[in-house]
Design a protein around this ligand. Sequence first.
Ligand SMILES: NC(=O)c1ccc[n+]([C@@H]2O[C@H](COP(=O)([O-])OP(=O)(O)OC[C@H]3O[C@@H](n4cnc5c(N)ncnc54)[C@H](OP(=O)(O)O)[C@@H]3O)[C@@H](O)[C@H]2O)c1
Length: 328
Amino acid sequence: MSMDSSSEYQIPLNHYIPNASSLAYGCMELGSNSSSITPEAVQQTNQCIDTALEAGINFFDHADIYRSGMSEEVFGLALEQRPALRDDIFLQSKCSIKFEDDVAPGRYDASHDWIIKSVEGSLKRLKTDYLDILLLHRPDPLMQPEEVAKAFDTLYQQGKVKYFGMSNVQRHQLEFLQHYLDHPLVANQIELGLNALDWLNEGVVVGHPEYQGVNFTGGTLEYCRMNKVQIQSWRSLAQGLFSGRDVTGQAENIQKTAQLVAALAEKYNCSREAITLGFVRRHPANIQPVIGSTNIERIKACAETTRVNLTREDWYSLYVSSRGERLP
Ligand SMILES: NC(=O)c1ccc[n+]([C@@H]2O[C@H](COP(=O)([O-])OP(=O)(O)OC[C@H]3O[C@@H](n4cnc5c(N)ncnc54)[C@H](OP(=O)(O)O)[C@@H]3O)[C@@H](O)[C@H]2O)c1
């Protein structure tokens, strides 16, 4: 048996939610920027949901703030048209970010009352009775973990949220909140991908002071793996940088990596999106990328990644190319 085949070692994605797809569909671009949802926006949402489901993606990622609530609202209208769908999908939403308003600048709020209020708003907009997962979107320095624990308990007891997690947090923040909770933290959604490499660089830079700029606390990936916290990754598609977006004027490492991705797509007979996401998925942490496209063909192209298993050599070629320098 080849020691180089990552698939041999893959565990079911989320320990607590075994049937969740290994890709998540990010709903941040669904909806409308206007004050009301148009029929076209509902139609587009239905098309995206159908394309995702046909491609095997059953996990949908929301946040209360996406398009100021419009993303959840348009999704809820789509769900209302076919209520049976609810049982076939996993719905995740997030809270804790507040936009700038008359009262204060953009800020975070993980207080008990805001968590409850935010979830109630999400449920109403999504036209559902429960969320499968609720994430705290960003860490609030004023967070009192006991308050969060109380809010999570209430939401769980009321049947409004099944599981809880965090987003954009480091290992010690997961450990800290977990200490106060009766519920396991099941997910951490963080920025990582072929164009956001600190998650890898933090592991290879010991003894190299020139890497002080690495902005990813050592041990987060390992903590998540050891404690069955599903790592979900945003920006893993790199907003198309390696899969067709015009890279004129971009740094040399981006341009060269885009060429390498194209060559690998030919080699593996798949889309460039599949290679870009395949880079994340080849890591043994069993990461679940959240893809944010509303383009039907692109969603399909992303889903091709589930049949790509990069060789160790190709994975390192991508890593080193995107770093723009040799490994230490
Ligand atoms: N937890 C957090 O803090 C956080 C932060 C940001 C996002 N998220 C989640 O992650 C999801 C993904 O968002 P992301 O920011 O990471 O984006 P992404 O998935 O890396 O990229 C998606 C965006 O890139 C565009 N794109 C992709 N390929 C392209 C190409 N070849 N040419 C032109 N445009 C291209 C897409 O446009 P098309 O629609 O035209 O394909 C879409 O706007 C979001 O929906 C959200 O659920 C979470």
